[in-house]
Design a protein around this ligand. Structure first.
Ligand SMILES: [Fe+2]
Ligand SMILES: [Fe+2]
Length: 296
């Protein structure tokens, strides 16, 4: 499948000025506030002027239109072979950082800074070291953009495909444009799944979560794998939807996904961590859990 299978121009396929616009919009939907809050209050992170919100809405319109079960299958077949690239892990962060976008008015922090701020906030609160590692790695899947995937196939809330869409997913009205919406097999409550089958048997919309989970699934404890795999599944971990697909393992692991989410959303800080000082710690941490190179 080519990236232009939907006949969208690159501009049409990428309405966000940068990937952070999606995460900034999450802060508007889930404004928070608690102990890990940093130098800015939640509302101050960004002025949500209408144009920015319109680009987010347009982003969800195409995301909900084109994320079909077939589409996801094609992406899984392509990317989960991990035959595109192999590089030392620290080179992978530099690769990811090519996503830096100067048009972001909020901050000149890059992708690596978001990862490091997330991991540092987790570390400050004394959580297990593998969770710190998850903080550092959780958005590595955004390299999909560097393989020319459109924004709507990399970021955005994720959701199950092959069964009815929850109306608690952001902008649910746009699912009417999704071909799966007219497929009766996919539009019953369970769709192609069985009641209580467990999320591991459910195909999620395609994006950076599933990709990084598959990349790291042999190296990180189970709670961390749930954080990686479902951190954008807001209709589950924030809205409590899809109970009928869960098994006992999912119910047990939800607490880890929920523990992680505030660090992802609310750890952004304009003061960058001092990387030179932190480097030895992170080099040891990465060496403890991960192989020398990562496959993409
Ligand atoms: Fe993410
Ligand atoms: Fe993130």
């Amino acid at each position: 499948m080519g990236t232009n299978q939907n006949n969208l121009s690159s501009k049409e396929a990428n309405p966000l000025a940068n990937l952070d616009e999606w995460e900034d919009d999450l802060l508007r939907r889930y404004p928070e506030p608690d102990s890990i809050a940093t130098a800015k209050t939640t509302e101050e992170y960004r002025n949500y002027d209408e144009p920015a919100r319109d680009t987010v809405k347009e982003f969800y319109r195409i995301n909900h239109t084109y994320q079909t079960y077939e589409f996801v299958k094609g992406k899984r077949d392509n990317y989960l072979k991990f035959d595109k690239k192999e590089m030392p892990i620290w080179d992978a962060f530099q690769f990811l950082n090519q996503l830096v976008d100067d048009s972001d008015p909020d901050t000149d922090l890059d992708q690596f800074q978001h990862l490091l701020q997330t991991s540092e906030a987790i570390r400050r609160d004394g959580h297990p070291d593998w969770m710190v590692l998850v903080g550092l790695m959780h958005d590595m899947g955004k390299v999909l953009c560097l393989f020319d995937e459109p924004q709507w196939a990399v970021v955005g809330d994720t959701f199950p495909v092959g069964c009815a869409f929850s109306d608690k997913i952001v902008y649910p009205e746009f699912f009417k444009n999704n071909p799966d919406y007219s497929n009766p097999e996919y539009q019953t409550q369970y769709g192609i799944y069985k009641k209580g089958c467990g999320l591991r048997n459910v195909t999620m919309s395609w994006g950076h979560d599933e990709y990084v989970y598959q990349m790291l699934k042999d190296y990180i404890p189970e709670g961390g794998l749930y954080m990686l795999r479902y951190h954008s599944f807001y209709s589950w971990h924030r809205e409590g939807q899809y109970e009928y697909l869960l098994d006992d393992k999912d119910r047990e692991m939800l607490k880890w996904v929920q523990l992680f989410n505030p660090y992802d959303l609310y750890s952004k800080n304009p003061v960058p961590p001092d990387w030179n000082q932190l480097k030895p710690y992170y080099e040891d941490l990465v060496a403890k859990y991960l192989p020398a190179t990562l496959k993409f």
